[in-house]
Structure formats: C-alpha cells, structure tokens
Design a protein around this ligand. Structure first.
Ligand code: ATP
Length: 249
C-alpha cells in the first residue's frame, strides 16, 4: 500500500465571529508522518475536522491525490481512503473488543450499522475484524467488554476502528491521550506499526513523543500555520520558540 497525498488550500472554518482556522494551505506528502502541534485552541482539531469532513468550511479546498474532495460527505471520504480517529472515543462500552471491530467492519463493508444481527456472523466481516485485532495487539483481549479495557487499550481499539477501511491517509487526534507512562512505549510502537505505508497527520501534545515519531512537524497558532519542517528545524525555529514553546527567541 502507498499513502495518499493530501493537500489543502486556504482552509477556513469559523464559529460565529471566531476564525478557528483562518486560511491554512499545506501539502502533506505520501507516506510521511506529520505531527500537528500548537497551543490549546490553535485550531488543530478543527483543521483535522475540515480535512475529514466533520467541519463546515467557510472557504478553501481539500484534495486527496489531486481529487477535489471538498464537497464529499464523510463516508465518501472514508471510501476515498481518508480515515479519522477522535479525541473522544467512539467505541461501544457494552460490547466486546471483537464485537466493536465487527460492527465497524460490517458498517464499512455494507454501509449500514447491523443492529439487528451479530455482525461477526459474516465471515469476511469477522476476517476484517480479526486482522485489525492482530494489528493493534488486542487479540488476547478480543472477548473483553470494551468498557473494561485500560485507557491505552481503548485508544488502540479506537485506532483499530479507523484501520478497518485501510485508509491511505490517516488522521489521528491524540491517540495517546490518557495512556499511562508505563504503557507509552508500547502505544508509540503501535502507532509506528499501523502507520507504515500510510500518510499520517497526528495531533499529540507530548512534545517528546511527537518529535520522536514525526517525519515533519506542522505548527499552528491562532488558526494559522506558523511553521513547518523537520522536528529539529521546528525546535530551532525562533518564531516557534517564542510563540509556542514559551521561550524568548
Ligand atoms: N464547535 C465549536 N463551536 C464553537 N467554537 C469552537 C468549536 N470547536 C472549536 N471551537 C473553538 O475554536 C478554536 C479552535 O479549537 P480547536 O479545538 O480546533 O483547537 P485545538 O488546537 O485542537 O485545541 P486543543 O489543543 O485544546 O485540543 C477554539 O477557540 C475553540 O474554542
């Protein structure tokens, strides 16, 4: 698999008078992992929502492999190869880990939620779910109710749900949030594994982690791009240091 190229041109999202994203243009190159950083309220999640179709644009365009997807609804973007995880987990607490993945796999294959029958009855749905179960390292917990999972394992399941559509571009909104220090290395290992062959945009607040895993860093401040470059370039950028890292340039 090869990651897709994602490009946005002059993206704008406003909430009333607030310009949460105020004209962002950027080309994400295939097969690279981009860390999206910036202070609280900078517009990171809103930009991700704009790319995935979860926010209404007041201006701008989104392209996936040069195809204009600006007006495509969310499910059509998923079909086109764009996957998205959320800060707030969307798993069904009362179902087991495997059932959650089966439900997601069924919904992806058949475009409906199968509330009337066990999705795992369909062999290909079961296969899809079991493949992802292995990918995210949850095979031994397949039959555990999702509500009993640790924070870290819930995050892994959430990432797994996004992998069911085998996206070429993956947008990950804080997939490590709530993961304890003792599980962080394991969680980082998971991210590294699942992103192989994909283009990834990752929102992550832990600077050590984001600098460690990213090929490139994109910095947002007040709805706009402040800087982009390799982790070392961004760390050394005086504008980033003063505006974001809280240091004098
Ligand atoms: N649905 C909404 N309605 C109104 N304002 C919103 C909405 N979503 C976000 N905002 C505002 O838009 C701005 C950008 O928010 P956003 O969540 O995108 O920032 P962020 O960089 O992801 O922040 P954080 O790091 O805290 O998650 C903030 O001022 C926020 O309060």
């Amino acid at each position: 698999m090869t990651g897709g190229a994602l490009r946005c041109e002059d993206i704008q999202v406003a909430f009333g008078g607030l310009k949460a994203v105020a004209g962002v243009s950027f080309a994400f190159e295939p097969n690279r992992l981009y860390g999206l950083i910036g202070p609280n309220g900078a517009g990171k999640t809103t930009l991700m929502n704009a790319l995935s179709g979860h926010a209404t644009l007041s201006g701008g365009k989104v392209f996936l492999d040069d195809r204009d997807i600006t007006r495509l609804p969310i499910h059509a973007r998923t079909r086109a190869g764009l996957g998205r995880s959320f800060q707030i987990t969307k798993i069904f607490a009362g179902m087991t880990v495997l059932e959650n993945l089966e439900l997601g796999a069924f919904a992806h294959r058949h475009r409906v939620q199968p509330f009337w029958l066990p999705a795992g009855r369909f062999p290909r749905v079961r296969e899809d779910a079991e493949k992802v179960l292995e990918q995210v390292g949850l095979a031994s917990l397949a039959h555990m109710p999702a509500e009993n999972l640790s924070h870290g394992d819930q995050r892994a399941l959430e990432v797994g749900l996004t992998l069911l559509s085998d996206p070429r571009v993956l947008l990950l909104d804080e997939p490590l949030a709530g993961v304890g220090h003792d599980r962080l290395e394991q969680a980082i290992g998971l991210i590294r594994r699942v992103v192989a062959g994909r283009t990834v945009l990752l929102i992550e607040h832990n600077m050590d982690v984001v600098m460690q895993v990213s090929d490139a860093i994109v910095v947002m401040v007040q709805g706009q791009l402040l800087a982009s470059g390799s982790p070392d370039q961004v760390k050394a950028n005086p504008a980033v240091r003063s505006a974001y890292l809280g240091e004098d340039a």
